[in-house]
Write a protein that binds this ligand. Sequence first.
Ligand SMILES: NC(=O)c1ccc[n+]([C@@H]2O[C@H](COP(=O)([O-])OP(=O)(O)OC[C@H]3O[C@@H](n4cnc5c(N)ncnc54)[C@H](OP(=O)(O)O)[C@@H]3O)[C@@H](O)[C@H]2O)c1
Length: 264
Amino acid sequence: MKAVDYRNRWVLITGASSGLGAEFARALAARGANLVLTARSAERLEQLALDLGRVNGVLTRVVVADLASAEGVRALLAGVDALAVHVEHVVSNAGFGAAGRFLESDAETQTAMVRVNCEAVVAIARHFVPAFAKLRSGGILHVASTAAYQPTPYMASYGASKAFVMSFSLALREELAGTGVRVVTLCPGPVPTGFQRVAGVDKPLPKLAVLQAPAVVEAALHAYDRNHAVCVPGTMNSVQTSAVRFLPRAVVSKAARWALRSRA
Ligand SMILES: NC(=O)c1ccc[n+]([C@@H]2O[C@H](COP(=O)([O-])OP(=O)(O)OC[C@H]3O[C@@H](n4cnc5c(N)ncnc54)[C@H](OP(=O)(O)O)[C@@H]3O)[C@@H](O)[C@H]2O)c1
């Protein structure tokens, strides 16, 4: 596939108010993309949209929506449709985690996580991808995680939600093979963003695996250009995600429990 020419093309980015989503917005605006930015934090989105419009001369729109409910997802999709812009690419990035023992976790947070990380991802793909397939162009970049590769004790629902995203994204990619539509799965390892505060991870991140958001986004857009199935940025993260494929599940689960025990 040819590299993507983003100039004057509309890209929808979910979770654009912070972290990787905001970084995707900066990187895509620098490539000339017009942006639809969405999240719950209206002021942060408006400021980012203003800044990127001013610096990069691109068009920007903001749709505020809470993806933790079906109504919120419907409001997002209706809000984007009402803009009457032709969205050609989607970065399905919004998501959050929650660290700690499952039995002591907040029940509403656990189910909201599944709604944002999984249900909204499916609804967004279902809304936009049929048009991409019809036009035989465009695509969707799903943000999963290295957490997708094994169970994540003390972040049980989060790892499971990201395994869902990766499996869904890879299956969708196969269904769309040969249609000219890109479906790429990004699996970042630890990246210092708002994620750690929201998830309640207060321990330092493993130094060897950490990458900064701009490096992760550059790797992701490189993979998207080439329509790679999966992008795991960083050598340590590649080694970890490759290694788990060769080990029995029980061994991997126990190793993950040991590695993640500080989050208990
Ligand atoms: N940082 C990491 O170490 C890491 C590693 C692997 C994967 N990831 C994944 O990367 C993605 C981006 O996370 P990040 O690291 O950039 O974290 P972040 O800085 O906390 O950003 C998360 C984004 O998701 C949005 N969001 C959260 N809940 C939402 C809701 N209910 N409705 C709508 N939007 C919501 C947030 O916006 P509002 O709060 O304004 O709504 C924010 O823009 C997530 O899917 C995360 O799972 C992160």
